[in-house]
Write a protein that binds this ligand. Structure first.
Ligand code: GLU
Length: 498
């Protein structure tokens, strides 16, 4: 068999949708699994809606989740160009062939006339399709209309009866009734090809062996197949991926969370977690396994295990997966991702010195066990970077507003102030020592101390996190919390989520 060649063919008319990223990922994984090639082709036949920014968003989105392409507009390749608006001549050659063979014809109907025809058909209770007069014009009529300068598009003449069978690698054989297809437009009045024409010509000219795309295109496939046959093109294999729904099983939309892939980067998802998450929507490696690294995905990905039924875009699961990836990620890698986020929050300024960088990596290592999104470091970990952090309501209610707490915090501050060594063992010793001396359980010191130093009741090991803060800052925080407590300012805040 010839080398497998798949493609992702986005239209640059908006952000890279998570559904688009899903399609791209499946086509890419299949090509990589088969040792084949993956092509990026830009389908900008919508002259009005295509934009440069959107093209950039597609590049950025694909690169973010680690998808690379062997051929494409920016990297070139043997079938250049990879942008449809630069391939108009190639489509023209095929239009000519279809016109010569009589499979295509000019359609002079105006939008108003088409609308009228549709209404008539609807009134007759038949599904609308083109049945207008232009199908049957003779040469003389055509020449007259051309001489009048009437604008026209070009339609493909589909078979009027019989069935077209599409053999789909995921769905098996799917039959379509030809009488329902209708002659479709292949060339717009502007001279541009429509999606149907351009996709068929390009998949052929670019030697695409497997057309892997979203289910919504299955209904277009019989039309494409007829076009391929009329042009004597070999049929590629088709694989139509399952729909993606929200957890409530309705079409995925903004109601379920963002549909723009890159928003997830900005919300603190790791690219490998997002890639893993998208890969297991509508596909599974067979076993119960859900966490799959890149190599494993490539090794295990086959179309046999792609499901026919819709996949669910479940953000809860994505977040859980992200947490799992964070736990095992390298502090060095996470720190690289976090630095710009912390800078943007104003929590670090300028470039980090090597010592500060090393310190930040220790913070990251300590925190990563308990975070689910990168943003959690910035929100929950605020107290590592600034004295300006909030006391949450749990910390207020459980500890900081209690009457016996200020005194204990002051006592602890006093002992800490006198410490000579600021290390884990010494910190633990001082805290436990105070508990022993005043005869309370260690928790009675540890918990209020955590609440005072971090503003929270949960977090990583207290001794470890204290060690990462300057001693003076810990002392100041203990005293400040004591003072605020005494002044009655540690009451829970209304309207604050816990
Ligand atoms: N440009 C089409 C889209 O974005 C491509 C569909 C296909 O893969 O054939 O939906």
């Amino acid at each position: 068999m010839s080398e497998v060649r798949t493609r992702f063919a986005p239209s640059p008319t908006g952000n890279l949708h998570v559904g688009g990223a899903h399609t791209a990922l499946f086509a890419w994984l299949f090509a990589r699994h088969e040792g084949g090639k993956f092509v990026l082709r830009i389908e900008d036949t919508d002259e009005v809606r295509s934009t440069e920014e959107s093209l950039q968003a597609i590049y950025d989105g694909l690169k973010w989740i680690g998808i690379d392409w062997d051929e494409g507009p920016d990297v070139g390749g043997p079938f250049e160009p990879y942008v449809q608006s630069e391939r108009l001549e190639l489509y023209d050659q095929q239009f000519d062939r279809l016109m010569d063979s009589g499979r295509a014809y000019r359609c002079f109907c105006t939008p108003e006339e088409l609308q009228q025809q549709r209404e008539i058909m609807q009134a007759r209770g038949i599904p609308p399709r083109y049945e207008g007069p232009c199908r049957n014009y003779d040469e003389k009529q055509i020449q007259t209309l051309l001489a009048e300068g009437k604008p026209y598009c070009v339609r493909f003449r589909v078979h009027e009866s019989g069935t077209t069978v599409v053999d789909d690698l995921i769905r098996g054989e799917v039959s379509f009734d030809n009488s329902l297809l209708g002659d479709f437009v292949i060339r717009k009045t502007s001279g541009y090809p429509t999606y149907h024409m351009a996709v068929v010509v390009d998949d052929h000219l670019m030697d695409i062996t497997h057309v892997i795309r979203a289910e919504e295109h299955l209904a277009n496939t019989p039309s494409h197949v007829q076009l391929m046959e009329a042009l004597d093109f070999e049929r590629p294999q088709f694989a139509h991926l399952p729909l993606i729904l929200g957890p409530d099983r309705t079409k995925l939309s903004k109601r379920h969370g963002s549909v723009n892939l890159l928003d997830y980067r900005d919300q603190g998802f790791l690219p490998e977690a997002m890639r893993n998450f998208l890969a297991i929507i509508g596909w599974s490696p067979g076993a119960e396994q859900e966490i799959l690294g890149l190599e494993e995905l490539i090794q295990k990905f086959t179309l046999d295990n792609v499901s026919k039924s819709p996949g669910i875009f479940d953000l809860e699961k994505a977040t859980w997966l992200n947490g799992e990836y964070l736990k095992t990620a390298d502090a060095d890698y996470l720190t690289d991702l976090l630095v710009p986020m912390l800078q943007e929050e104003g929590l670090i300024e300028g470039d980090l010195s090597p010592e500060r960088r090393e310190w930040l990596e220790r913070v990251v290592d300590l925190m990563k066990e308990r975070t689910r999104l990168l943003n959690d470091f910035v929100v929950w970990g605020r107290y590592y970077f600034t004295e300006d952090f909030p006391y949450d309501n749990r910390a207020r209610k459980k500890w900081l507003r209690r009457e016996d707490v200020p005194e204990r915090l002051d006592m602890l501050a006093e002992r800490i102030e006198k410490m000579e060594n600021w290390d884990l063992a010494s910190i633990e010793q001082v805290i436990r020592g105070l508990a022993d001396d005043i005869d309370v359980g260690a928790g009675k010191i540890i918990h209020p101390c955590r609440a005072a130093v971090t503003g929270q009741t949960i977090g990583p090991s207290l001794f470890h996190l204290m060690e990462l803060l300057p001693k003076e800052s810990v002392v100041a925080r203990l005293r400040r919390a004591a003072e605020l407590g005494r002044a009655g300012e540690m009451e829970p805040l209304p309207d604050v989520e816990e």
